[in-house]
Design a protein around this ligand. Structure first.
Ligand code: ADP
Length: 447
């Protein structure tokens, strides 16, 4: 235990020692040499402690410093306190790191901590099992050198990590992974990979089930429709009650047929989700054809349909899917706009985006419904939608097609004023048709 030392008391003590030695020296008539000897002794004492300190810092393994009094005692104590504080901090930090690692090991997912240059800093055991990445063996390696799936390379290239990246595990091709990247700390990235094989298999089963059921329903529906048409066109006059019954059967069969057709399109789009979409499509020709076909649908309501086209602008993609998406937007505008409405169809480039827009002056859609429109079977007004023969699948098909083509759907609507449905195509999909050869008829295959 040392008493508090102030600079003043140290100097007073030094002065006392020097005065005392000068006084003693004066008594014996050697005042100056006595003063010199005292100064030298003081210097030696300080050097002695300085070397003790160096020895302790560089050679000693003990954390407790050498014992000393006075100013050197204070120095040793201060250093000891610092070391102890540092040790406690280190201990707390180690404890935190241990807890983080235990937590990360307990995760059901593979976890990797990456530096901002994508080099691996840390990984849990599941990262080895799911991604084949060892820690600390792969420490400092770039993740894209170890995970070489093209989907992952593309995902990194986009630099947008809002949605997960799906890929097959490099360790076991039966395992389907969902990979997510997120900012971690100030300059690190956390990569989480989850085994979604079970969900993936269930999703596949659901898709196959819907596709098979829809396919199987087509034949009986065709048979029923054939018989109904045969009866309706029979030479013998039918009782009006029966005629009405057969008309109802026919319209319901038509509805069901359309529903089955849309379900088949939806499952086809879902099944094709992994197929590369790079065929050139002559959009002006495809859209003109759709608008011509729409005139047939428009006979009853007599809307004024205007068309504005950039004749040289095309895209790459799957023509049948694009045709289906554009047709849905046009037929919705015709169905949901009151008679004699105005519908504007537009295909052009705006900045670096390709834009397909269908604008109507129909009833509009409430903001709370807009976000739900692309859900399967979602209809704003079920009875009105049923009257128009709507199934609630049209915009779900549009959403899937656009996702497959990295395009986005914008819905701008005001109740009482009308709606505009806009498809935004990425610049990477746009092509100049004056320079590109598009296969004749390719864009007009039936959806
Ligand atoms: P549906 O087969 O019922 O038309 P969609 O998925 O194509 O299904 O559309 C979903 C719902 O969105 C429709 O039921 C309708 O209420 C609304 N909707 C779609 N297009 C328009 C539009 N142009 N104007 C007003 N409402 C629309």
């Amino acid at each position: 235990m040392h008493f508090r030392l102030s600079a003043r008391s140290v100097f007073i003590r030094l002065l006392l020692v020097l005065l005392l030695s000068a006084a003693l020296g004066f008594i014996f008539g050697v005042a100056l040499p006595a003063l010199l000897i005292a100064t030298l002794a003081l210097l030696i004492w300080h050097y002695h402690h300085l070397f003790k300190l160096i020895d302790w810092l560089w050679k000693s393994k003990a954390i407790s410093p050498p014992q000393s009094e006075g100013i050197w005692g204070r120095i040793y104590d201060g250093l000891y306190r610092q070391i102890k504080q540092q040790r406690n901090k280190q201990k707390a930090l180690n404890e935190r790191i241990r807890r983080f690692r235990d937590g990360a090991e307990a995760l059901p997912d593979a976890a990797l901590v990456l530096a901002d240059d994508l080099t691996i800093q840390w990984g849990n055991k599941k990262a080895h099992r799911l991604l084949g990445i060892r820690w600390p063996g792969d420490l400092g390696q770039r993740i894209d050198n170890l995970l070489r799936a093209p989907e992952f390379a593309k995902y990194l290239e986009t630099g947008v990590y809002d949605a997960p990246c799906l890929l097959v595990s490099p360790v076991n091709n039966e395992v389907q992974l969902e990979l997510r990247l997120m900012a971690y700390g100030s300059d690190q990235i956390l990569l989480l990979a989850r085994d979604i094989s079970r969900i993936h298999r269930l999703e596949e089963m659901r898709r196959d089930f819907v596709a098979n059921v829809s396919h199987e329903l087509k034949t009986p529906l065709t048979v029923v429709r054939g018989y109904v048409e045969m009866i309706q066109t029979t030479e013998h006059a039918l009782d009006p009650h029966w005629l009405q019954a057969f008309n109802t059967i026919e319209s319901q069969v038509t509805r069901m047929d359309r529903l089955v057709e849309q379900l088949l399109i939806l499952s086809r789009v879902e099944i094709q989700a992994d197929i590369e979409t790079n065929t050139p499509i002559a959009m002006p020709r495809l859209i003109s054809q759709l608008v011509d076909d729409a005139q047939w649908l428009n006979q009853e309501k007599q809307h004024k349909i205007t068309l504005e086209l950039d004749e040289d602008l095309g895209i790459t993609g799957i023509d049948t899917e694009i045709k289906s998406a554009c047709a849905n937007l046009i037929s919705n505008a015709i169905s949901y706009t009151q008679a004699n409405g105005n519908i504007q169809v537009r295909w052009c480039q705006d900045g670096n985006k390709g834009i397909f827009s269908v604008k109507d002056d129909g009833p509009g859609i409430r903001p709370e419904d807009i976000n739900r429109l692309t859900e399967r079977f979602y209809r704003v007004d079920k009875s009105r939608s049923r009257d128009t023969g709507g199934s609630g699948l049209g915009l779900a098909i549009v959403k899937h097609v656009l996702h497959h083509h990295n395009a986005e759907l914008g819905i701008h609507s005001q109740v009482g004023k009308g709606s505009e449905f806009v498809i935004y195509f990425e610049q990477s999909r746009l092509i100049d048709l004056s320079e590109t050869q598009v296969q004749e008829g390719a864009a007009l295959t039936d959806a």
